[in-house]
Design a binder for this molecule. Structure first.
Ligand code: COA
Length: 257
C-alpha cells in the first residue's frame, strides 16, 4: 500500500489517514488505489463497524495531486480516483470524517459521500474546479444545490469560493464545527466508536435506505460529470490553470473566448 496512507485499528473502528505532509496530503494515484482497497476490505471484514477518514491536524488534503493531473490525468471509470470514489459510494457501513485545515477539491467532494462529518471551526473547504478550468465531480453538481440552494451552491461551484468549517456545519455539509484539530478528531472518533455498540445490519439497512432515493440519479450525474471532467482536464483552460499552479502564478484566462 502507498507509503502516504496510514491505517489504524482500534476495536471495531478502522481509521484511514492521508499522510503526505510535504505536499499537504495531495492525493496521488497510489493513494487513491490504496484507499479504495482499504474500503473494499473493510466492507468485507465483519469486525469493522465504521471507518474514519482523516488527514493531519494541519491539513485534511489539498486534493488531487496537480502534477498527476498534468502528467497522468484520470481516464474514466477504471481510473484510481474513480475506483476510490466508487468504493466510498458503495461502502455499506458508516464513514465518518474528521477535517482540519484545508480540504480542497476532492477533499471537500468526498465529504458529501460520508455519513458524519466533523470539522475544525477554521478549516478551509474549497472546490476550485472552475478556477482550474475543470467542472464539479462525483455528484457535487447535484448534491450541493439540493443541500444549499442554487444561490449558495453557485458561490462554491461557479466562483470556487472557499468556506470555513463553521459555515460547513451551519449549512449542513458537516455535523459540527469544533475548536481545533484535536477536538475535531476526538469528537469524530467518539461518534464513530458508537457504531461498535449498535446492530450492524440495522445500521447498514438504514444507511442504504437514506441513500436509496437519489442513488440512480446520482450515479448518472457522476458518470456525466466524470466524462466532462476528463475532457476538461485536456482543455487549454485547464492546462493554463494547472501549469500556473505549478509555476506559482495566477492563471491568465483572458485569451479564451
Ligand atoms: N498537488 C500537488 N502539490 C501540491 C498540492 C496539490 N494539490 N497542494 C499543495 N502542493 C504542494 C505545493 O506545490 C508545495 O510543494 P513544494 O514545497 O514542493 O513547492 C507544497 O505542497 C506546499 O504547498 P503550499 O501551497 O506551499 O502550502 P500552503 O500552506 O501555502 O497552501 C494549500 C496549502 C492546500 C492551501 C495550497 O497548496 C492549495 O491551495 N493547494 C490546492 C491545489 C489544488 O488546486 N487542488 C485541487 C485540485 S482539484
Amino acid at each position: 500500500m502507498s507509503e502516504h496512507l496510514q491505517v489504524e485499528r482500534d476495536g471495531a473502528l478502522l481509521t484511514l489517514r492521508m499522510h503526505r505532509p510535504e505536499k499537504k496530503n495531495a492525493l496521488t494515484r497510489a493513494m487513491y488505489s490504496g484507499m479504495a482497497e482499504v474500503l473494499r476490505q473493510a466492507d468485507q471484514d465483519k469486525s469493522v463497524r465504521a471507518v474514519l477518514i482523516t488527514g493531519s491536524e494541519q491539513c485534511f488534503t489539498s486534493g488531487n495531486d496537480v502534477a498527476d493531473f498534468i502528467q497522468a490525468p484520470p481516464t474514466g471509470l477504471g481510473s484510481e480516483v474513480f475506483q476510490f470514489m466508487l468504493a466510498l459510494f458503495e461502502f455499506s457501513k458508516p464513514v465518518v470524517a474528521a477535517v482540519s485545515g484545508p480540504a480542497v477539491g476532492i477533499g471537500t467532494t468526498m465529504l458529501l459521500h460520508c455519513d458524519l462529518v466533523y470539522v475544525s471551526r477554521d478549516a478551509t473547504l474549497k472546490m476550485p474546479f472552475v478556477n482550474l478550468g475543470l467542472c464539479p465531480e462525483y455528484g457535487s453538481s447535484l448534491i450541493l444545490p439540493r443541500l444549499l440552494g442554487h444561490a449558495r451552491a453557485a458561490e462554491l461551484l461557479l466562483l470556487g469560493q472557499s468556506f470555513t468549517g463553521e459555515q460547513a456545519a451551519s449549512w449542513g455539509i458537516a455535523n459540527q464545527a469544533l475548536a481545533d484539530g484535536a477536538a475535531t478528531l476526538a469528537k469524530a472518533r467518539e461518534m464513530a466508536q458508537r457504531f461498535e455498540q449498535l446492530a450492524p445490519a440495522a445500521v447498514a439497512d438504514s444507511k442504504r435506505l437514506m441513500r436509496a432515493p437519489d442513488r440512480e440519479q446520482l450515479r448518472r450525474v457522476i458518470e456525466e460529470e466524470g466524462a466532462l471532467f476528463g475532457q476538461r482536464l485536456r482543455s487549454p483552460e485547464a492546462i493554463e490553470a494547472l501549469s500556473a499552479f505549478m509555476q506559482r502564478r495566477t492563471p491568465d484566462f483572458s485569451k479564451f473566448a
